[in-house]
Design a protein around this ligand. Structure first.
Ligand code: FE
Length: 287
């Protein structure tokens, strides 16, 4: 393994956790990894859901019309197709490998519906908070097909899809100065290793979804199995190894906002009064 000659400190896994079975929308079965009592949030990340099933009845009902205000929803599809449609006239289909970074801002009402009747549906939805000054911004979409997401091979046996953030001199397509997010899909062959420097001030986590690997260096190294999330602490130098089976993870990090969070369902604001106002605005059709 090559060592990085820099002043950075190694990141290690502070704690691991597994998601909890949950149901959302019109009964879609999913695993909620962030946004439960065991990890309510990891500033600026409010929620992480993994959906992954080949049983149509687990997803067919989809997520009919529902509102959002005050944050961003990020959908990364691995398998399956999802049609989205909002009350401002935006509509599209997410295909496998695509990402949608939706800034709900002051509010929209949308539906997210599986377009296929059979086959596998797999992916993630992440919620990213917005700072107070941008919670009431105009809604905005950043949506990219798989061919628009850079795929790098930064080391032997390592493949990295750069959704957000910078790897070497390659930038992912997502722009969000408020939290400067990093979102990488990393696949390592058995025993392959890779090191990546995260922005110093960021909070971050790694979530394994295939195989198993090892995160960290030396005494701080720790195994990470599929469907385990590791909260990163202690430094910015992220190291991962593929273990015996290889591993595939998402590595996600962002600059913490350090603001009060008042949340209720699809509304995430700074105060209770703002959440109440969101209810009123939604009911009066102001989204
Ligand atoms: Fe939604």
């Amino acid at each position: 393994m090559t060592s990085v000659t820099s002043m950075s400190t190694a990141a290690r896994i502070g704690r691991t956790l597994r998601g909890m079975p949950a149901s959302d929308g019109a009964g879609v079965k999913l695993t909620r990894v962030i946004g439960t009592p065991q990890l309510e949030m990891l500033d600026p990340f409010l929620m992480l859901d993994e959906f992954g099933t080949d049983r149509a009845e687990d997803y067919l009902a989809g997520f009919p019309e529902h509102p959002h205000r005050g944050f961003e929803t990020v959908t990364y599809m691995l398998d399956g197709r999802m049609r989205h449609k909002d009350n401002h006239g935006n509509e599209g289909v997410l295909v496998p490998g695509s990402v949608q970074w939706m800034t709900a801002g002051r509010g929209l009402v949308h539906s997210e519906m599986p377009e296929q009747q059979e086959g596998r549906m797999r992916g993630f939805q992440l919620w990213v908070n917005l700072p107070a000054a941008e919670k009431m911004t105009q809604p905005r979409y950043q949506e990219f097909a798989p061919e628009r997401i850079p795929l790098l091979q930064p080391a032997q046996g390592v493949q990295v899809k750069v959704i957000a953030g910078r790897v070497g001199d390659v930038d992912g397509p997502i722009r969000q100065p408020a939290t400067e997010p990093v979102y990488l899909d990393i696949e390592l062959a058995p025993q392959a290793t890779w090191q990546y420097e995260l922005p110093e001030e960021h909070n971050g986590f790694v979530y394994a979804f295939e195989g198993e690997g090892v995160v960290g260096e030396g005494d701080g190294a720790r195994a990470l199995a599929a469907q385990e999330l590791g909260v990163l602490i202690g430094g910015s130098r992220f190291t991962i190894a593929g273990g015996d089976k290889g591993v595939r993870v998402i590595l996600v990090a962002g600059r913490p906002l350090r603001e009060p969070v008042a949340r209720y369902g699809p509304f995430v604001m700074n105060t209770k009064e703002q959440v109440m106002q969101a209810f009123v605005d939604f009911q009066q059709g102001r989204f």
